[in-house]
Write a protein that binds this ligand. Structure first.
Ligand code: ADP
Ligand code: ASP
Ligand code: MG
Length: 318
């Protein structure tokens, strides 16, 4: 019995959140593979490390003074290390990164350092081996994943070390350079590792007690969904429910590995179980999601599919 346990940025925003994560991981010996995002927001007015790194990159690219933004990133990482007395000396890696900052630094590489440094902190804190995602997730130059090599790498790393921490959100191209996934992609890293190791469960820990029937930032206190199918979740996330990356379901669905979405701040709450078939049929509508500035038009007209050029004429109106 093996579990992949992924923690999002909201579960890693400060030392107190790290303490909660350690308690969760240590409370179940099946949690041997831990995936982390980068330090997230401490409160709604705060900025995620990932966003700070994107801003830092823009400053470098356009030769704008970047010391203030760098200090913010530096202080947040060092703050967590100091507060928890983590033995890994993060200042060494931060100083190395500082020396690498220049106008032409790769955006993917720089932004991926958020997850990289968070995983290094977490691995030292948990006593699990750090394994760099660039040595696991391999992508071809067309952006497609090399599944065979990735699976081989993941299996080897796990069998070598037994308990590992892996940074989410990135992998590498054949030449070794970092390739970022799309935003929120650590969810996908967790799903890929789950598939490679054919685990019993993929746990995704966040700051809400499961998938809610609507976006809690829009609808106050929506009900939590106990169970949902992969297909329903895929539909909801595609249509805007941002709680899990829309690509998360694909790798685990193939092997029928359930995903349990849980709350780091309320670990005893069962959260939502995502699987192939659901037994709970108590509600007709599973959930509601929507995208802003997204409008659909239905056009009907007899025989329109026989009319050459109809689609072009209809689109030219827009
Ligand atoms: P993490 O940092 O753990 O990856 P995210 O911020 O990516 O977390 O996703 C969790 C957030 O998704 C919640 O805090 C919530 O505001 C938002 N969200 C949007 N739609 C939903 C939904 N239907 N159910 C639950 N949360 C949702
Ligand atoms: N830290 C990255 C982001 O903010 C990836 C993730 O959180 O999954 O998009
Ligand atoms: Mg997320």
């Amino acid at each position: 019995m093996l579990v992949v346990t992924k923690f999002g940025g909201s579960s890693l925003s400060c030392a107190t959140q790290f303490e909660k994560v350690k308690k969760i991981v240590m409370s179940d010996p099946k949690r041997k593979i831990v995936v982390v995002s980068a330090l997230g927001k401490r409160d709604s007015s705060d900025t995620k490390i990932t966003d700070l790194l994107y801003i830092l990159h823009a400053h470098l690219k356009y030769s704008v003074p970047y010391q203030d933004i760098w200090n913010m990133i530096y202080d947040r990482f060092v703050g967590v290390q100091k507060e928890l007395n983590i033995s890994y000396d993060i200042k060494v890696d931060l100083d190395l990164l500082y020396k690498e900052l220049n106008k032409n630094i790769s955006q993917d590489y720089l932004v991926s350092r958020g997850e990289y440094l968070t995983a290094k902190l977490m691995s030292s804190y948990l006593g699990y081996q750090f394994v760099d995602a660039k040595d696991l997730l391999c992508f071809n130059y067309d952006g497609l994943m090399d599944e065979a090599t990735t699976t081989k790498n993941v299996k080897l790393a796990f069998s070598t070390y037994g308990t590992i921490v892996v940074p989410g959100f990135y992998g590498s191209y054949p030449n070794g350079s970092v390739k970022l996934l799309s935003r929120g992609g650590s969810d996908v890293t967790g799903s890929i590792l789950s598939k490679c190791l054919n685990v019993t469960l993929y746990e995704n820990w966040t700051d809400v007690s499961g998938i809610l029937a609507a976006d809690p930032r829009i609808i106050p206190s929506p009900r939590a969904i106990k169970e949902i199918t992969y297909a329903e979740l895929r539909e909801l996330s595609y249509m805007g429910a941002s709680v899990l990356h829309e690509e998360t379901v694909f790798p685990v669905q193939q092997l029928n590995i359930p995903i349990n979405l849980k709350n780091t701040n309320d670990p005893d709450h069962p959260g939502t179980l995502i699987k192939n078939v659901c037994t709970d049929e108590s509600s007709i509508v599973t959930g509601i999601a929507g995208k802003k500035d997204f409008l659909s038009f239905n056009i009907s007209k007899d025989h329109m599919s026989n009319e050459v050029g109809f689609l072009r004429r209809a689109l030219s109106v827009f």
